[in-house]
Design a protein around this ligand. Structure first.
Ligand code: PLP
Length: 405
């Protein structure tokens, strides 16, 4: 009897999430892929082995995760790395001194730091642009441009890049479109459908979903490019350990159950915050007031749980951050639990203050990662934490006046 372990038989997202890339373990038929805790593999004789020689090159647990996430993204090849940053760093090894990369100006602070503080000193050059405007991407391309790297939605400003337009520009310049799909996850956005060449993730976030490991994943379709990344993965060695792969593989099995709840809670929290502090203060791609809501609707199937909230000053931000009881003050995002953070001093502290404020990452901004708890508890937590904040009172007064009129 054929079971759905054959990836091509599993067409639906949920079935792929649960089965793709996995086979029953051959010794006892264990349904769950074991954690292959081994650094090396016994060879049958010189030059004859079971396809595995040394675990930096291949590990069956890692391969299961790589095939699983590749299937979820609709790609052919997956490569798991030690972290999201390890993944980006390895991808940059596709390029050589003298090559130029056009990068979104509001990428994760650590991505900017890697490019600005390390890789540009090794001969790669980067131009950071507002990728909301395709013309700016096109204008930044030079004959040396080899890649356009975008994050959409961005961290933390929730800016959207038109993926189809970015892919056209990249291909016109013989360059690759590389997309950080961490915020949307493949459940809500599949950049290959719009022409992306490489899609990558911090699997630390939604893919794993339980805030208990660090990992990165690159997915692509082109066989020749995949050979080069496999070479880099083995040669540079930023591979993901088998136990972290196993955790992530366990996480992806429920991605299709978690993401709708993150989305539902995100929408409810965004609506609630609009009522509390006003529409202009809440940045969420699912709000009609988001300037790129129509584009977001076109390329995303949902908006997830990430919200940025502009409270005006650090004191006001701290008022909220120090009073929440269900939301936890912590970096990271995408876990089942709700988190709240202060991008200027946390995730984007590595971006220079002038650059940060030019981008709009202010001292008064907080970022929420809405988890999958009961939404009523999230709303009452925020309500009690906002209590006593001057703007909160003013917003309520405005509402009461409007209600009375
Ligand atoms: C959008 C995005 N990309 C990449 C990364 C880096 O991933 P990691 O922390 O797994 O190295 C992060 C981390 O926060 C992120 O938010």
């Amino acid at each position: 009897m054929t079971r759905v372990f054959d990836d091509d038989l599993a067409q639906g997202f949920a079935t792929r999430a649960i089965h793709a890339g996995q086979r029953p373990e051959p010794l006892a038929g264990a349904i769950m892929t074991p954690v292959y805790l081994t650094s090396t593999y016994v060879q049958d004789e010189l030059g004859v082995n079971k396809g595995y020689e040394y675990a930096r090159g291949k590990n069956p647990t890692r391969q299961a995760l790589e095939r699983n996430v590749a299937a979820l993204e609709g790609g052919k090849h997956g490569f798991a790395f030690s972290s999201g940053m390890g993944c980006v760093d390895s991808l940059m090894k596709l390029f050589r001194a003298g090559d130029h990369i056009v990068c979104g100006e509001n990428v994760y602070g650590g991505t900017y730091r890697l490019f600005d503080k390390i890789l540009q000193h090794m001969g790669l050059s980067f131009t950071f642009v507002d990728t909301r405007d395709p013309q700016r991407i096109a204008d930044a391309c030079t004959p040396a441009t080899r890649a356009i790297l975008v994050e959409t939605p961005t961290n933390p400003l929730m800016r959207i890049t038109d993926l189809r337009a970015a892919a056209e520009i990249a291909h016109r310049h013989d360059a690759l479109l590389i997309v950080d799909n961490t915020f949307a996850s493949p459940f809500f956005q599949r950049p290959f459908e719009f022409g992306a060449d490489i899609v990558y993730h911090s699997t630390t976030k939604y893919l794993n979903g339980h805030s208990d490991m660090i990992g990165g994943m690159a997915v692509l379709n082109d066989d020749a490019l995949a050979d080069r990344i496999q070479f880099i993965q083995n040669a540079a060695g930023a591979v993901q350990g088998p136990f972290d792969c196993w955790l992530a593989l366990r996480g992806t099995k429920t991605l299709h159950l978690r993401m709708p709840r993150h989305d539902e809670n995100g929408r409810a929290v965004a609506k609630f915050l609009v009522e509390q502090v006003g529409e202009e203060q809440v940045i969420y791609a699912g709000l009609e007031s988001h300037p790129q809501h129509e584009l977001a609707k076109k390329q995303m199937k949902g908006f997830g749980g990430m919200i940025a909230l502009e409270l005006g000053t650090k004191e006001r931000a701290n008022h909220l951050l120090s009073r929440v009881r269900v939301f936890a003050l912590a970096e990271s995002l995408g876990g089942v639990e709700s988190l709240i953070s202060h991008p200027a001093s946390m995730t984007h502290a590595s971006v220079e203050p002038d650059r940060r404020s030019a981008l709009g990452i202010t001292e008064g901004m907080v970022r929420l990662s809405c988890g999958v708890e009961d939404v009523a508890d999230l709303l009452s937590d925020l309500e009690q934490a906002l209590e006593g904040m001057p703007e909160h009172g003013a917003a309520r007064a405005r509402r009461e006046t409007a209600g009375a009129a």
